[in-house]
Design a protein around this ligand. Structure first.
Ligand SMILES: *Cc1c(COP(=O)(O)O)cnc(C)c1O
Length: 390
């Protein structure tokens, strides 16, 4: 993939109108619900195209708009919408592309709340979903029905890092006139730009790397002007799940350091990975850009990088040894999420009752590690003492 051009310009200058706010470097938080008009005719124009200006902050807001324009440029998309969470962005992107009776083909084990939408909410409206192993594009083709309207991807998956061949899936979808949507949260547009590969809708949570400080939620949905305007005029305004001015401001602040943080985390991840791969208590380490990863070659062709998350398994891992390992870590918080300054650990078995743990199911043994911005040796020493203690 060609590296992202103009990244410094996008992050520092694009869409900022500093002369209009006292040449402040940091933009103001435009904490206003509504905007006034000089004439009824001007208000009427705003009603006709709410995306053309500022009317009411459930739609667009000046602080959110600076963020929106930067994120669209990073995604190399014509436009984007910023939501109050990644889950809200998924909801809007999917809902906009299905109607009663339609069918979705989704990669298996997508993000929890995408799956809950497919399994619990959409069936109430007669919309069905088929899950496929996305490591082979033929599986998508085999699952298509005459009434399939959406192919939903997540590449890489945030636990297994399984990836889909995006160019192949795009070619298949275009041949059948099907919309493609991807969860690009793991990579962010710094490391993967699905729109440039032909994907219609690229979604990412902004809660993770864009924020970078574990202090706000947000979500991004990028695509063509036509697709984004359609979603704005319907799902976005109707559900009212747009980003608030203050949270948009926090995300703008996070965005300033996104490339620097990813660069740092990438270096740390490699060091932690090399340490874990040689530790005698470790069975397997999963990381998409490690040469041992089954889809390493494909990952290299469509991703510019990978960092932060990796999944490990312990030799002869039991619920007890996994629990002891996680609880022995002194500098990794036991918590969901990732992308912040702080390192984290979460075992898959946290979502299982002890009786349901199957030691022969490798996924039950998964322990996901996120390396944050700490010193690599600080983290490695901690992992070492915890591993040696089990
Ligand atoms: C966290 C996450 C989401 C959802 O984002 P929120 O901002 O928490 O709603 C979606 N996809 C992946 C892969 C995630 O990790």
């Amino acid at each position: 993939m060609s590296p992202l051009k103009d990244i410094s310009y996008i992050i520092n200058e694009l869409a900022e109108d500093r002369e209009s706010y006292f040449n402040a470097i940091a933009p103001p938080i435009m904490q206003s619900s509504n905007f006034a008009f000089k004439s009824i005719a001007a208000l009427r124009t705003a009603f006709e195209d709410e995306m053309g200006g500022y009317l009411y902050s459930r739609g667009l807001n000046p602080t959110g708009d600076i963020l929106r324009k930067k994120l669209a440029a990073l995604d190399q998309a014509e436009d984007c919408l910023v939501f109050g969470s990644g889950a809200a962005a998924i909801f809007a992107g999917v809902l906009a592309n299905v109607k009663a009776g339609d069918h979705i083909v989704s990669v298996k084990s997508p993000y929890t709340w995408a799956q809950k939408m497919f399994d619990v909410i959409l069936p109430r409206f007669g919309i069905t979903t088929t899950y496929v192993d996305g490591t082979d594009t033929k599986n998508f083709e085999a699952a298509l029905k005459p009434y399939t309207t959406l192919i939903y991807l997540e590449s890489p998956n945030s636990w297994t890092f399984a990836i889909q061949d995006l160019k192949e899936v795009v070619a298949l979808a275009k041949a059948h006139n099907i919309v493609t949507m991807i969860d690009n949260s793991y990579c962010t547009p710094i490391y993967q730009r699905p729109i440039a590969l032909g994907i219609d809708l690229s979604m990412q949570t902004a809660t993770k790397y864009i924020s970078g400080h574990s202090d706000t939620l947000g979500g991004v949905l990028s695509g063509s002007h036509i697709m984004i305007k359609k979603i704005f005029d319907s799902e976005y305004l109707n559900v009212g799940s747009g980003i608030s001015p203050f949270n948009a401001w926090l995300l703008l602040r996070g965005l300033r350091t996104l490339p620097a943080r990813l660069e740092r985390i990438t270096v740390t991840t490699k060091k932690v990975l090399e340490f874990l791969k040689t530790h005698p208590k470790i069975d397997k380490v999963l990381f998409p850009l490690d040469a041992s990863f089954p889809q390493y070659q494909l990952a290299r062709t469509q991703m510019d990088g990978a960092c932060g998350l990796m999944t490990i398994t312990l030799k002869n891992g039991t619920m007890e040894s996994i629990t002891r390992f996680c609880e022995s870590l002194r500098h990794f918080f036991i918590a969901v999420s990732w992308g912040g300054h702080e390192s984290l650990v979460i075992p898959k078995c946290a979502g299982l009752l002890p009786g349901d743990f199957d030691k022969d199911n490798i996924e039950h043994q998964y322990i996901r590690i996120y390396t944050g911005l700490e010193e690599p040796t600080y983290l490695i020493d901690d992992l070492n003492q915890a591993l040696n203690g089990i």
